[in-house]
Design a protein around this ligand. Structure first.
Ligand code: KMH
Ligand code: ZN
Length: 273
């Protein structure tokens, strides 16, 4: 098995300090959370950024400032900007996060879905193709965000057309209301539909974060955790930091005999430039 890549989704676009006061908003808070997550064992930071008041933004300047802050603290960490942004943002707005030098990998959302009780996360095929082409042009590997089986099928179809290149790297997300459920049955089902030469990371939302992580560690997949997906460290207890969630994954991996990947290992496993 490859070493375990741990991605920390430290900020997100939806969660707020009202829900958990340690959600980072400012450039400095984002830098500190990223550094602590790295020291705990994360090699990738999945990055959303905010204005100081918590408003989500895809502004290139703000992304650049946050990336600089993180890289000043840990020079070799891998930063994966979100191109999903927040619900309701335009495509043009969302793409700003990759109009920056030296981005190695970015998220690419593979379909439209209900997102929670009243929102729709819109990713038409035209949008996906446009984003994929832009990433290809810039030498950025897409992490294919799939919240359901049909989104994997879209990735496979665009791969056949040469719009998304092999080997593909997937993030399979379980437990968003509107997406696939967070069950062992569905996790095994989705993994079995992936091309053999692809890599995947698993994200479980809310209470499903650690159970899905443990399954992925055992099966040879990779893991994403962080406050974007889950604000609790255990039932009813708010996480004190992203690092606390990463530490939990490292403990599970240690118990299961899986080594954790450094940024160097991660670049090799994912074939990043
Ligand atoms: N904020 C969600 C609507 C991504 O980063 O690419 C979308 C999201 C996915 O977080
Ligand atoms: Zn995200």
């Amino acid at each position: 098995m490859d070493k375990l890549i741990i991605t920390a989704a430290i900020c997100g676009a939806e969660v707020t300090k009202d829900q958990n006061p340690v959600i980072p908003y400012t450039i400095k808070e984002i830098g500190i959370e990223a550094e602590k997550a790295f020291l705990a064992g994360a090699s990738i930071i999945h990055l959303h950024v905010r204005e100081d008041d918590g408003t989500p933004t895809q502004d290139s300047q703000r992304f650049m400032a946050c990336i600089k802050e993180i890289k000043n603290r840990i020079s070799d960490i891998i930063i994966m900007p979100s191109t999903g942004g927040a619900i309701g943002m335009t495509d043009q707005e969302r793409l700003q996060s990759i109009y920056i030098e030296d981005i190695e990998i970015a998220s690419l959302d593979m379909g439209t879905m209900n997102f929670g009780d009243s929102e729709i996360f819109i990713n038409t095929e035209k949008t996906i193709i446009n984003f994929a082409k832009e990433m290809y042009k810039r030498g950025i590997k897409p992490e294919l965000e799939c919240f359901d089986k049909g989104m994997i099928d879209t990735a496979l179809r665009l791969n056949e057309k040469g719009i998304i290149q092999s080997p593909m790297h997937f993030n399979l997300v379980f437990g968003v209301r509107g997406g696939i459920s967070a069950t062992t049955r569905d996790l095994v089902y989705l993994i079995n539909t992936l091309p053999l030469n692809s890599t995947y990371t698993i994200t479980g939302i809310g209470q499903y974060e650690m159970p899905m992580a443990a399954l992925s560690i055992g099966l040879g997949g990779h893991v994403r955790v962080g406050l974007e997906d889950n604000i609790y460290v255990s039932k009813g207890i708010l996480a004190e930091s992203n690092a606390q969630l990463v530490e939990k994954v490292v403990r599970i991996a240690n118990e299961m005999g899986r080594d954790v990947a450094s940024p160097y290992d991660t670049r090799k496993i994912l074939g990043l430039k």
